[in-house]
Write a protein that binds this ligand. Sequence first.
Ligand SMILES: N[C@@H](CCC(=O)N[C@@H](CS)C(=O)NCC(=O)O)C(=O)O
Length: 205
Amino acid sequence: MIDVYTANTPNGVKVPIALEELGVPYRVVRLDLSAQDQKRPDFLRLNPNGRIPAIVDSDGPGGAPLSVFESGAILWYLAEKYPGLMPADPVERIRALEYTFFQVGGVGPMFGQAGWFMRHSEPMPLAITRYQAESNRLTAVLEARLQVSPWLAGENYSVADIMNFGWLRAPQYAGVQLDAYPAVRAWVDRIAARPTVVRGIKAIA
Ligand SMILES: N[C@@H](CCC(=O)N[C@@H](CS)C(=O)NCC(=O)O)C(=O)O
């Protein structure tokens, strides 16, 4: 059994979606982020960074329990263990890794900061302009990729799509309008329509 420590957020939705796609049974352990559950000592033992998501796989390597934190590491771990989300083709595999890191190092931090500054009680126009511009620039990178490829890795849906979908399904959080990015919008709609994705989102709603 896999326990998923998560909440209803852009990063929190990725793991239930991946597990639904892989057909792996899991249990959701909800954390209340406003109550700072993610900073409590028992959770910090799973993720010393004090953020969701994290998992505990009761059947890790050698049959021993294994905890994993960082959504990219979690999805990579699951995709290596269970077939379905890791392209077999070596080039597509590297593309999947690229767009996974692209999300972790780019989309997540920039969208996150844009949303944070947009909602701050003290107006900070320079920060908002900077982070919204970066969020749009990164969305344009996805647009260019999706104009020439059905999925981020290539011909196959993969972990990279789930990673980025977590953020692009609610772009308004960062002030990004998908009208300007038709291929991204079509890709978001295609992913959102998958029954597995609907179930994954519902699991933490
Ligand atoms: N790079 C991390 C980011 C995790 C992250 O920022 N999680 C947010 C929710 S989307 C969180 O736990 N926020 C609460 C906090 O920062 O205390 C990942 O991909 O897992």
